[in-house]
Structure formats: structure tokens, C-alpha cells
Design a protein around this ligand. Structure first.
Ligand code: ZN
Length: 199
């Protein structure tokens, strides 16, 4: 009943988190209502995402010529202090506090199982290589900045065990973010305090 182009659109957009076929169909009609010029603009914005690269060190996004992001390339930041976060949006929240001047590792999306998957393991290997190539062969500090939840705690435990040989000190964000709350949605003050009072 629907033209192929619309069906294809629905197929692709239904794969996005929290968008099912019904929402994707609605979205298609909404966009068609925008008219050709705005649709073309959206198309350009979408294909621009294809040029976004993933940092070889921290796994954040960038559009630099080289392989690392501006945060990793910034020599004014502490080179031997690292914060491990789950998602890109967590990094953005921490950066907004203006209270952290070390580097990061984005671990990738965590599951309720608390177990590290292949992608996490690969990133941790890259991370360990970075740490052992530091002048002291170890980090000065690793801050584990995962959401305070049951599975966040499980991952924190696993990461602590895994990374203790690679750092002089391992800490986690202090209290402030309520249990079950998310770093991404915490306000800057709360997050800033939590960072200052890391334990
Ligand atoms: Zn980076």
C-alpha cells in the first residue's frame, strides 16, 4: 500500500531505540509534510553523520583530521588521570561541570547483567595499552564514573579488579547522585560536587 521509499524509511527508523514501526510511520508522514527543501536539508545533516569518527583512545566522537579527539589531543589536560564513563552523553555532562581536567574512556552501553561484553573488553585492552605506555607505566588515578545503580556497582567492582594493577589510585564519584539516578541527567552542581568528593 505504501510506496517503497516510505517502507524503507520505516524499516530503518524502526531500528532506533524507542521508535517502533508505528512511530516511524508517523515520522515519515510528518517529514513528508515538511516539503522537499527541508527534507533535503535533513538528508544533508544525516549524511554529515557519516563523517563523524570515533577517537582511537577514548572512543568519543570527533571530526578531526587525525585519529584522536580534541580532549585526548589537549596537552593542558592531565595525561595520567582518567575517568571511565558509560556513554558519550555522560562525558558531555562531566565536561559541563568544568571541574574535570583529565582524560576519559567511554566504555560503551552497559547491560543489567553486569558482565563485560566483547566491545567493553576491546576498549579496556586499548585503555590498558595507553596506561602502560605512560611514563610511570600506570595511571595516577582512574575515576569510575558509572551510574549509581545495582548494575553500575557490579561493573564498578569488575573494573576495579581489572584495572587495579594499572593505576596508583582508583576512585569513584562521591555521593550526590541518588541511587538509580543517572549522570547524564544530574545537574552540574550535583555532578561537580560528586566529582570533588570522589571516594
Ligand atoms: Zn579521545
Amino acid at each position: 500500500m505504501l510506496p517503497d521509499t516510505i517502507q524503507k524509511f520505516i524499516q530503518i527508523f524502526s531500528r532506533l531505540p524507542s521508535i517502533g514501526p508505528r512511530q516511524a510511520t508517523r515520522l515519515a508522514f510528518r517529514l513528508i509534510g515538511w516539503g522537499p527543501a527541508r527534507i533535503a536539508e535533513l538528508g544533508r545533516v544525516m549524511s554529515g553523520l557519516a563523517n563523524v569518527k570515533i577517537c582511537k583512545q577514548c572512543f568519543f566522537v570527533h571530526t578531526n583530521e587525525n585519529t584522536i579527539c580534541p580532549i585526548c589531543a589537549d596537552t593542558h589536560r592531565a595525561q595520567d588521570i582518567f575517568m571511565i564513563v558509560e556513554k558519550e552523553t555522560d562525558l558531555i555532562s562531566i565536561e559541563r561541570t568544568g571541574k574535570y581536567a583529565g582524560k576519559y574512556l567511554i566504555l560503551g552501553e552497559l547491560t543489567k547483567s553486569g558482565a563485560l561484553d566483547e566491545n567493553h573488553a576491546r576498549r579496556i585492552e586499548v585503555f590498558k595499552n595507553i596506561l602502560t605506555s605512560l611514563p610511570d607505566k600506570k595511571a595516577r588515578e582512574i575515576i569510575i564514573g558509572l551510574n549509581p545503580s545495582t548494575y553500575g556497582d557490579l561493573y564498578t567492582y569488575t573494573l576495579t579488579k581489572e584495572l587495579t594493577p594499572y593505576t596508583k589510585k582508583i576512585t569513584r564519584l562521591g555521593r550526590g547522585i541518588p541511587t538509580g539516578g543517572e549522570i547524564e541527567f544530574a545537574d552540574e552542581d550535583t555532578l561537580g560536587h560528586s566529582l570533588e568528593r570522589r571516594v
